[in-house]
Design a protein around this ligand. Structure first.
Ligand code: PLP
Length: 403
């Protein structure tokens, strides 16, 4: 028997978990499945900006070799300029790391920090890679509550009550996946103050920082303090609709002088994997400096703006469903009336929907939400398909009773 590492105990990623496997089986049987399990824009007809694609094609010949383990300098300079323009002080290209998507950098940032039993404050619900990365690194993910009654903002009192002598870091996902919340400057300042008081590293996942609706103002966490070490993450996957190119970055700002050992650890991990996908690194400067097409898509008349409107309208018209309207990203995290549908097991709910209507959604527990009363919708399909999918969900729920 070949056993898997015990480090994988309690490590999961339900976006590609048992439901996804079942969906593939159904596809093999000839069924068409509407896959709303993952935020992958390309299969729904979204194109990366033309200049991004052209740059990668043009650079294929120059990009055959490895790059520096942190990434090519022109990309890191463009990232520096971008965050300097947002108001983040004292950025050095040496403190910027490029990765194969931001997923790889999340693993590095967490692995380089934690010892066995160290704690990280992770939002509930979260993007589940964060919880997985902490557990895989021997740490304990301590989930803090995001409050649906307060636009899904983090509950600061709950966070305070969960800080212990083992707490090393706090994860902030803003704009949020799966809730679509966009946090106010005041709320972020409170979190930054807490991090300062308790000497916590801030991991600020800002991969959706350009996907904002209704002119919602946006603050990058790192603009709010020089005293705390802030690791800011982003990439091309969402803002530039180029998830398959695997281009992400992380930027260290703030209390760098007292973080030299940690930064050295990040350097070691970056060099162990040699470098990230080099052709895609060339696209980063072009993307950041080029036209920001995503802003057209998020207008009320833009494709994402329209899909958000129709998805929200259709969802909230279904008896037994309520939902906070998202301000950013492309997800909704609706609430189910569990009494009405007698739901005790949210994965079973998602499996039943998949079997009956061939719609693949991920249940709330897949995002480390503790009650069986939520699920996530990805509103990337174009309007007609989205509308049909919501009709299927409504039909399914008309008679659904679990157990
Ligand atoms: N962080 C969040 C909040 C995400 O939603 C995602 C992808 O869905 C990622 C990180 C990973 O992105 P990447 O494609 O850059 O690995």
């Amino acid at each position: 028997m070949i056993q898997r590492s015990e480090r994988l105990n309690n490590v999961s990623y339900d976006l590609c978990g048992p439901l996804y496997e079942r969906a593939k089986e159904l596809e093999l049987l000839g069924h068409h499945i509407t896959k709303l399990n993952i935020g992958n824009p390309a299969p729904f007809g979204f194109d990366a900006p033309a200049e991004v694609i052209e740059t990668i094609v043009q650079h294929l010949r120059h990009a055959q070799g490895y790059s520096d383990h942190k990434g090519i300098l022109s990309a890191r300079e463009a990232i520096k300029d971008y965050y300097t323009s947002k108001g983040i002080a004292d950025i050095h290209t040496d403190d910027i790391f490029l990765g194969n998507g931001l997923s790889e950098l999340i693993m590095h940032a967490v692995q380089a920090l934690l010892n066995e039993g160290d704690e990280v404050l992770v939002p509930s619900p979260d993007y589940p890679l964060w919880t997985a990365a902490v557990r895989f690194s021997g740490g304990k993910a301590v989930h803090y509550l995001c409050d649906e009654e307060a636009e899904w903002f983090p509950d600061v009192a709950d966070i305070k009550s969960k800080i212990s002598s083992r707490t090393r870091a706090i994860v902030i996902i803003n704009p949020n996946n799966p809730t679509g919340a966009v946090y106010s400057k005041e709320l972020l300042q409170e979190l930054v103050n807490l991090a300062e008081q308790h000497n916590l590293v801030i991991f600020s996942d800002e991969i959706y920082d350009k996907i904002l609706y209704e002119n919602t103002p946006y603050t990058s966490t790192a603009t709010l303090s020089d005293e705390v070490l802030c690791v800011t993450f982003s990439g091309l996957s969402k803002n530039y609709l180029a998830a398959g190119f695997r281009a992400g970055w992380m930027l260290l700002t703030g209390a760098k002088s007292k973080s030299a050992a940690y930064i050295n650890g990040l350097n070691t991990l970056a060099s162990l994997r040699v470098c990230s996908n080099v052709p895609a690194q060339y696209a980063i400067a072009v993307a950041l400096k080029g036209q920001q097409h995503i802003h057209d898509l998020t207008k009320p008349t833009g494709r994402l703006g329209e899909q958000r409107a129709i998805c929200y309208e259709k969802l909230t018209a279904i008896p037994g469903i309520t939902c906070v309207k998202p301000k950013g990203a492309f997800y909704m995290f609706p609430k189910l009336d569990v009494k009405k549908f007698n739901i005790q097991d949210d994965q079973q709910f998602a499996l039943d929907l998949l079997s009956e209507q061939h719609v693949l959604l991920v249940q709330g527990s897949g995002f480390n939400w503790q009650k069986p009363d939520h699920f996530r919708v990805v509103y990337l399909p174009e309007k007609a398909q989205l509308s049909q999918t919501m009709d299927k969900l409504a039909n399914f729920l008309q008679t659904y009773q679990q157990g």
